[in-house]
Design a protein around this ligand. Structure first.
Ligand code: ATP
Length: 274
């Protein structure tokens, strides 16, 4: 018999809106400990807003968000801050401070959330920078001196600064060439398995979904329309889902080409498996 799964994020009946524009209505989602969950959906369906709502940057107008069993919308600021220390967020393009070096960027969460001495912060930052595969000389570079892929790695190092249990990634492979994207996928998977991370990943990248996601949650019609494996997604009878999971890009990524849920031969992106 299967072990019951531990939902470390539980979103129920979520409504988010900007003025009269309702982005989510009655949205439910569970995220299980240790999984890589891919969030997909058409442009503007609210993938980033969902991520931002969970980490407290968007305030929902209805519903509940529990993380590690704590109801965040009704928790004190102190409790929310304590929970926030247990996750890391990587925004699109790393969202690094341009006036700080990579090491200083990675030290920011440590400065804000801990009273570690400078020497320890420095050593920990260097460790995180090496964990994401950046060379030591990257430590003293400014974001503008790095390639897009290196900036993303630096953003990931900053997300890992406080040894989080959950990392939220907003389109981590967007804008990367296929080889760099594959390498980034492999890095995420490696960190997930070695650190026991739970990964919440907004993505448009079918190769990433196929290569590293344990489960997928598809957003449509203001809510999570379907959750499951890639195989489950291939069977969902919804126009956007059919177009996305059976369209030309899906075929290029080696995904199912019929509607029976039979998967294709797998990703043809080079460089996976590391
Ligand atoms: N701060 C904001 N103020 C007003 N509207 C916003 C704000 N942030 C997001 N929105 C709106 O909410 C909707 C969902 O945005 P979101 O960025 O979550 O979409 P997405 O699914 O991530 O899209 P994409 O795939 O294009 O990145 C969009 O219509 C967007 O214009």
């Amino acid at each position: 018999m299967r072990e019951p799964r531990d939902a470390i994020i539980q979103v129920r009946g979520l409504r988010t809106q900007f003025g009269t524009h309702v982005v989510h209505e009655g949205l439910d989602l569970d995220v299980y400990r240790g999984e890589v969950l891919g969030i997909v959906g058409g442009s503007g369906t609210g993938k980033s807003v969902l991520l931002r709502a969970i980490v407290g940057l968007v305030h929902p107008s209805a519903g509940s968000i529990e993380v590690f069993g704590t109801d965040l919308l009704n928790a004190s600021a102190e409790t929310r801050q304590g929970i926030g220390r247990r996750w890391g967020v990587m925004f699109q393009d790393g969202a690094l401070f341009s006036s700080l070096t990579v090491r200083e960027n990675v030290e920011v969460p440590m400065r804000e959330q801990t009273d570690l001495p400078a020497k320890t912060r420095r050593a920990l930052a260097e460790l995180k920078i090496s964990m994401v595969g950046l060379p030591p000389l990257a430590c003293d570079k400014y974001p503008s001196e790095l390639s897009g892929g290196m900036r993303k790695r630096a953003g990931l190092a900053r997300a890992l600064a406080l040894d989080p249990e959950i990392v939220f990634l907003d389109e981590p492979t967007a804008g990367l060439d296929p080889i760099s994207a594959s390498a980034f996928d492999a890095l995420i998977k490696k960190l997930q398995t070695t650190m026991g991370l739970t990964v919440f990943m907004v993505t448009h990248d079918l190769d990433s979904l196929h290569a590293i996601c344990d489960r997928i949650a598809a957003l449509a019609e203001k809510r999570v329309l379907a959750t499951g494996t890639m195989k489950d997604m291939l069977k969902v009878e919804h126009p956007w889902m059919q177009e996305y999971f059976h369209g030309p890009r899906a075929r290029a990524a080696g995904l199912g080409t019929d509607r029976s849920g039979t998967e294709g031969p797998g990703t043809d992106r080079p460089g996976l498996g590391g």
